[in-house]
Design a protein around this ligand. Structure first.
Ligand SMILES: *Cc1c(COP(=O)(O)O)cnc(C)c1O
Length: 399
């Protein structure tokens, strides 16, 4: 896989290239706000789970409409603690998609339960409700769709199937800040969801940070206890037996205040950044959609209810994907393959007994999909360079 910012190789034809990801211009734009928030942290001297973190929790709760926003160290921890707080334990099964970032499934294993895979929808790349229905057994405790790249899974269909079987709905909404379904923010359509603030995400920190979102009092209380070694408030009773919290030892998953400071600064421009992402996606699509060899450009699916998409990743499917990646790399253009291997055939899940062919849509996406450079400060000239390089690969030089 390519690194986050692929440097132009020596001798590349295009001197400048286009990195897959960069925040440099964003930091320049937001420097006064970042300086104000970070110097506040440095002067106060509380660097971990301090007042900036509480300020960020309030700001994110307001932005998303969540009753509770619980700051933790990263998005993966948020998933593990959400699952445990929702009562998932050893012996339980949790249905997750086969095409997603590994943490959607590894978090289930880390919570002590067993991930059971479902295929994804070819348009949204999110969990296919029919495949979820087929995966339900009497041990299914929860379903956790992941909302990838631009839009939510079909939460009405998934919610209906879950309700019919008494299955808890949780969401891996790590990538989904700003995405909504029928007026509700991602993560709030079941018992809870998460946000990741990993630097490349739509709202990215300068290191690791994450959050749990929930409207559920019980989930919020348990998650808040588990993130700090099972401590309740300032007492040092390490909670050993909160009902239904199997092996209820807590962990250390605090957020750093310096990350909260950067996130508060970036939050002021989040809606502007989301609008810019939509413009860039439209421009890419305009330039790429008719190129033979480009099999698919991102498409927002119409639903029976109003939805709000957010372009987090610009992902296309192409013929000869690996050759295209090599062609772009040679021109100093960074790419990522989200995701290179479907989770059901990852070595860490070998014991679950899945094999190639089980989830054809997930497998095709892993073969054909590639993400192009995409961030709010990408310039039109950079976007043209990328689109021209893709066209050049499939059509040869037209000059
Ligand atoms: C980023 C991401 C995560 C994990 O978040 P981290 O903060 O990197 O731990 C989980 N699931 C999905 C779908 C993600 O994109």
């Amino acid at each position: 896989m390519n690194s986050v910012a692929t440097p132009a190789p020596a001798g590349a034809q295009t001197a400048a290239g286009v990195p897959f990801f960069s925040q440099a211009a964003t930091f320049e734009r937001l420097w006064p706000q970042i300086a104000a928030h970070t110097s506040d942290v440095l002067e106060r001297g509380k660097y971990s789970h301090g007042r900036k973190v509480l300020e960020l929790e309030r700001a994110i709760a307001e932005y998303t409409g969540a009753r509770h926003a619980i700051a933790v160290n990263n998005g993966t921890d948020a998933l593990v603690l959400l699952l445990r707080a929702a009562g998932v334990q050893r012996g339980d099964e949790v249905v997750v998609p086969a095409f997603t970032f590994a943490a959607t499934a590894t978090s289930v294993a880390l919570a002590g339960a067993t991930p059971v895979f479902a295929d994804v929808d070819p348009m949204t790349y999110a969990m296919d409700p029919a495949s979820f229905a087929r995966a339900v057994t009497e041990r299914t405790k929860a379903v956790m769709p992941a909302h990838l790249f631009t839009q939510l899974a079909d939460m009405d269909a998934i919610g209906e199937i879950a309700a019919a079987h008494g299955v808890t709905v949780l969401e891996d909404s790590a990538e989904s800040i700003g995405m909504r379904w029928n007026g509700k923010h991602a993560g709030l359509l079941g018992r809870g969801g998460v946000l990741s603030f990993f630097p490349t995400k739509t709202l990215g920190a300068i290191g690791d940070a994450g959050m749990i979102l929930t409207d559920d009092e019980e989930v919020a209380e348990r998650a808040g206890i588990l993130r700090h070694h099972g401590r309740m408030g300032k007492t040092i009773d390490h909670i050993a037996g909160i009902s239904n919290l199997s092996g209820a030892s807590g962990t250390n998953s605090k957020m750093d205040d310096i990350q909260a400071a950067v996130l508060l600064a970036k939050l002021t421009d989040l809606d502007r950044d989301i609008a810019r992402r939509a413009q860039l996606a439209e421009a890419y699509t305009e330039r790429l959609k008719d190129i033979p060899g480009v099999l698919r450009v991102p498409t927002v699916v119409e639903r029976a209810v109003p939805t709000t998409p957010v372009f987090y990743v610009y992902e296309i499917e192409v013929e000869r994907r690996d050759e295209l990646v090599a062609h772009l790399t040679a021109r100093g253009i960074g790419t990522e393959t989200y995701y290179p291997i479907p989770l059901h055939v990852q070595p860490c899940f070998a014991e679950l007994g899945y094999s190639e062919g089980d989830f054809p849509v997930a497998e095709a996406a892993c073969r054909n999909a590639v993400a192009l450079p995409f961030y709010p400060d990408l310039t039109e000239a950079q976007l043209d360079l990328v689109a021209d390089a893709v066209r050049d690969f499939f059509q040869g030089s037209q000059l």
